[in-house]
Design a protein. Structure first.
Length: 705
């Protein structure tokens, strides 16, 4: 299979499962003789001088193949491990996809594996295991894993915490078989997010070097794995984490895996991003309309919903140029704090005596979209729903509501896999969306699933499938409705949840310094138009740090922009700046949200360079920012990558965000206000920047002349 610079070679031995012999650079057209010669050139043994180890790992390596690492498949039948003796079945393939079938007639098993190269050269892998006969089979794990060259000796994974998501960690790839797992019922703030292998010690570079990466499109528990063994190729893979007894497949049933997305690049991390972004943008459900400028009311009013003030906030937002007004938590029954009300999705007449219809009319009358915060998977024990249906909770009822029962934010989880709970939640959210003409839902998920049980079994998988179906059902009932995945920030922002949602909330932190890295690493996979990036108040509620407005605006410009701020408190000068920023965002969002992501490998650890170049390379926009004090009085020149090397570009500072601050020396081009240079010079030599103070940013706009 070949597509967009990526090639995959599959070998089909006479017994056992197919093998991936190559995944990476497109090797070009190969004849049958070439393939035979390539197999001979890569094999390690010749019969009868064999060894007790697989010559090549299969699509699902297992112990009976002599594979000494982590098996790709672990099955149990009648309490005993079941190791299939696979026999090759039919193969269907074209230039971009292949489906390989294998069977074990004695065990009554059929395995279908699909590999498909999508636009951008992103490789998807799914397995489907069918039980055709005998007793039920428990799937303890079923993972996708592909070989990478042993020269890939460095591993990068991700961790984090609330308000500090997507924190990368890089080190030497350890020997042996290793698994990185999450057990939160949602991916979590510390989710692996992506696992990447690269050549050479040190963090993989932005613009050059080979990288092999995997991301699992599953918004729940996951396993990311590596196998670095002395007698085998290195394996890289991922799969859903299942608990004992969670996945029991009866005869006549089939178990399917989430898609594991594999990306290879010889152009560093930006090359990995290009593959993911190209694929994500090619999906039929990808948002095609301009991403609206948002105002969310959370940090403006929190739970204090005074209708007159909220209406005034909507008026001010419209005057500034906001296009989507989102009413956050606090609008429904008894919701004056975070201890009550979840599950009762009806407008609270004590706060909104005339309902939300006047607000909806005011927002729509201004030409803005109306958004609403919901958390449909959760329930407060102090709610009408919990009092009426305590059996709908996902946890073991013996632990709830005991004083020592675990909760977070005084809330628990509804068992959406129960049909009656599913129908109730769908009915309530459907009603409020339809009655008010809601255009957008901020769909939150503020706690881990602790000891989640459905029908007496571990229930994370069933809960996750029900959640995805629920959002899909709501979308089908309300064409045009957009949904944001928020999970106390960025704890659920994978490609699986984006199958049914339109945006993710990157973090509950609106500290622009923290946001520089949170947004950079979130956009490693997701194009910026899918990543909510808002301007918070001068002092961030999550960190206590006070940051200039110009820096907060420049940081928000690198995503799907908006405000999380009581703009009624802004003075005339601040309102004027916000209005200019709104105009700038409308002008450049097409470039930012369709362009190729570019970063500059910089030496100074305090410097960040984030940009987007138009598909036709007619323009580019960069945010050059500091997160601390620069090391040198004369900073390194910033290179503007990705432009046409033979074209000339005018580069100027877009000061609609306000002026950045720096030391005493101003480079001549900056004093003149602009400079015109060939793209080759801008990409190879770059521009001298001033010694920006900490938490300062320049927005640079290059246009072809």
């Amino acid at each position: 299979m070949r597509r967009d610079g990526v090639g995959v070679l599959l070998a089909h031995p006479p017994t056992g499962l197919a093998q991936v012999r190559h995944w990476g650079r497109d090797l070009g057209p190969l004849t049958g003789a070439d393939l035979e010669a390539l197999a001979a050139a890569g094999d390690r043994q010749t019969p009868p001088g064999t060894i007790d180890a697989a010559a090549h790992p299969a699509l699902l390596p297992q112990e009976t193949d002599g594979w000494p690492g982590r098996p790709g498949l672990l099955l149990v039948r009648d309490g005993v491990p079941l190791t299939p003796a696979w026999q090759p079945g039919p193969v269907t393939a074209d230039a971009h996809a292949a489906e390989v079938v294998a069977t074990d007639p004695a065990a009554g098993l059929t395995l279908r594996t699909r590999l498909h190269l999508e636009p951008g050269g992103l490789l998807g892998v799914e397995h489907a295991l069918r039980v055709d006969g005998g007793s039920p089979v428990e799937v303890q794990w079923l993972e996708a894993a592909l070989p990478v060259p042993t020269r890939a000796d460095t591993v990068t994974t991700f961790s984090g915490r609330w308000t500090r998501e997507k924190a990368p960690a890089t080190g030497p790839l350890p020997r042996g078989s290793l698994a990185r797992q999450t057990r939160r019922g949602r991916p979590g703030h510390d989710q692996p997010w992506l696992l990447a292998l690269s050549e050479g010690q040190g963090r993989p570079r932005d613009r050059d070097g080979a990288v092999w990466a995997v991301h699992l499109a599953w918004p729940a528990d996951v396993t990311y794995r590596t196998d670095r063994l002395p007698d085998q190729p290195t394996l890289l893979g991922a799969g859903e984490l299942l608990r004992p007894g969670e996945a029991v497949v009866a005869p006549g049933e089939e178990w399917t895996t989430p898609t594991a997305w594999f990306a290879w690049s010889d152009a560093g991390l930006d090359g990995i991003s290009a593959r993911f972004h190209t694929f994500v943008r090619s999906r039929p459900q990808h948002p095609r309309t301009p991403r609206p400028l948002v105002l969310n009311t959370w940090e403006a009013v929190y739970f204090d919903h005074d209708p007159a003030r909220v209406l005034a906030l909507a008026d001010r937002a419209a005057a500034i140029g906001v296009e989507r007004f989102v009413l956050d938590d606090g609008w429904f029954l008894a919701r004056r704090d975070d201890t009550r009300g979840l599950g009762d999705w009806e407008v609270d007449p004590a706060v909104w005596p005339d309902g939300l219809e006047p607000l909806a009319a005011r927002v729509h009358g201004h030409g803005m979209q109306l958004g609403l915060w919901v958390e449909p998977e959760m329930v407060s024990l102090d709610s009408d729903l919990a009092r009426a249906h305590p059996d709908w909770l996902l946890q073991d009822l013996a632990q709830v509501p005991a004083p020592d029962g675990l909760s977070f934010r005084s809330q628990y989880v509804l068992d959406l896999a129960r049909p009656e709970a599913y129908a109730h939640v769908l009915g309530q959210i459907d009603a409020v969306v339809g009655r008010l003409g809601v255009d957008f839902l901020k769909w939150d998920h503020n706690r881990d699933l602790v000891d989640a049980r459905h029908a007496g079994r571990p229930g994370v998988h069933a809960q996750t499938r029900a959640l995805l179906a629920l959002v899909a059902d709501l979308n089908a009932r309300h064409p045009g409705l957009e949904v944001e995945s928020c999970s106390s920030g960025g704890a659920r922002s994978d490609l699986g949840v984006l199958d049914v949602t339109d945006r993710v909330w990157a973090s509950d932190s609106n500290d622009a310094v923290e946001r520089q890295d949170i947004q950079r690493w979130t956009t490693l996979l997701l194009p910026p138009e899918l990543v909510g990036a808002h301007v918070g108040p001068p002092t961030a509620h999550s960190s206590g740090r006070t940051v200039d407005l110009s820096y907060r605006l420049a940081t928000a410009l690198t995503g799907s922009a908006g405000f999380e701020w009581d703009v009624l408190t802004c003075d005339e000068d601040e309102v004027a700046v916000l209005t200019r920023f709104a105009g700038l965002y409308r002008e450049v969002r097409s470039l930012l949200h369709t362009g190729t992501a570019v970063h500059a490998d910089v030496r100074d650890p305090a410097l960040r360079v984030t940009g987007a170049v138009a598909p036709d390379r007619s323009a580019g926009l960069w945010t050059v920012a500091t997160v601390a004090t620069l090391e040198d009085a004369r900073p390194e020149p910033v290179r503007l990558h990705g432009l046409d090397p033979d074209a000339r570009y005018r580069v100027r500072v877009r000061d609609e965000v306000g002026a950045a601050r720096w030391g005493w020396v101003t480079p001549p081009w900056l004093a003149a206000g602009e400079v015109t240079l060939p793209g080759r010079v801008l990409g190879d030599v770059g521009l001298q920047i001033p010694a920006l103070w900490p938490a300062q940013a320049l927005v640079l706009h290059a246009t072809r002349v």
